[in-house]
Write a protein that binds this ligand. Sequence first.
Ligand code: AQP
Length: 332
Amino acid sequence: MRIFSGIQPTGRKHLGNYIGAIQQYVAGQDRGEAIYCIVDLHATTVPYDPAELRTGVYDLTATLLAAGLDPERSILFRQGDVQEHTELSWLLCSVTPLGELNRMHQFRDKSVTQRELVSAGLLFYPVLQAADVLAYRADEVPVGEDQREHLELMRDIARRFNARFGEGILKVPEHRIPEVGARIMDLQDPTRKMSTSGSTAEGTVYVLDEPGAIEKKLKRAVTDSANPPEIRRGPDKAGVSNLIDILAAARGTTPAEVEASMAGARGYGDLKAAAAEAVTELLAPVRERYQQLRADEEHLESVLEAGAGRARAIAAPTLADVRAAMGVGPNR
Ligand code: AQP
């Protein structure tokens, strides 16, 4: 079983990224051959600062190692170091319908927030993402719920490619969306997902937040005015459902177990306090390890470099097959 996923080196990673993606990455190391990519090329599709992008790669590398990624048991590398990704993304364009790209929610949401330029890169983002995964013939892609649509398009691209150029050349991957915490919501506006670019500062818990900040944000989380308070999930209870999911994911239990454990609670204050405690316990050790790891950039660079070499060795044969099937380059 080969697992592949990518994560952007921009902004501060938040609890949604941690529960929806990073925790699954760590668990993936026990389930198969795990390959994780820091997608610096994806980060260039919206306005960005080149120096900050470089620092962001080291920040994220240190965060991932601190969370439990082990370069001995997985491959961790920087997307821009493995040129097979960009070449494959161009080749996949030939089987990618423009209309599908135009319909992607992420493109529609992000393009309206661009003030100066809606880049072609933003539109082609899912094709590069497809190339990331398909270059490794991965079986499974751990992602949060927001990436479901891109994963469906990726599967469609792989199927179209195989139908056009030869069955079995590309592997059609499955997505792996966590049962709990696939969509962590903004604590202040639980109708919106917690995100790097679109959520409120007070409603977003960052992986590297101090314990005091975590507690403050969770204790001020929006709930509802049910009287008496009801600690249960439901479509009419976005804030409470989100806190239950967060607590379940942080404790490693199920939402039903959280509801049962909260049966004797006096009110939402108890749920918030429990969530604050569990999230602090989850993130405090990551923050401590991060501080040690982030200080040694040379070590971080050496991890990425070694990872890129191992990644290239897997991606290059796929590209050779794709080029041959497409008639690109000499006939070898
Ligand atoms: N709120 C969320 N709940 C669960 N999972 C989430 N993910 C993102 N938000 C949530 C998952 O995190 C992974 C890495 O995301 P990314 O950093 O590569 O980019 P993203 O999806 O663009 O992250 P954001 O925070 O949502 O940023 P913006 O604001 O730029 O859109 C992905 O697997 C994602 O599903």
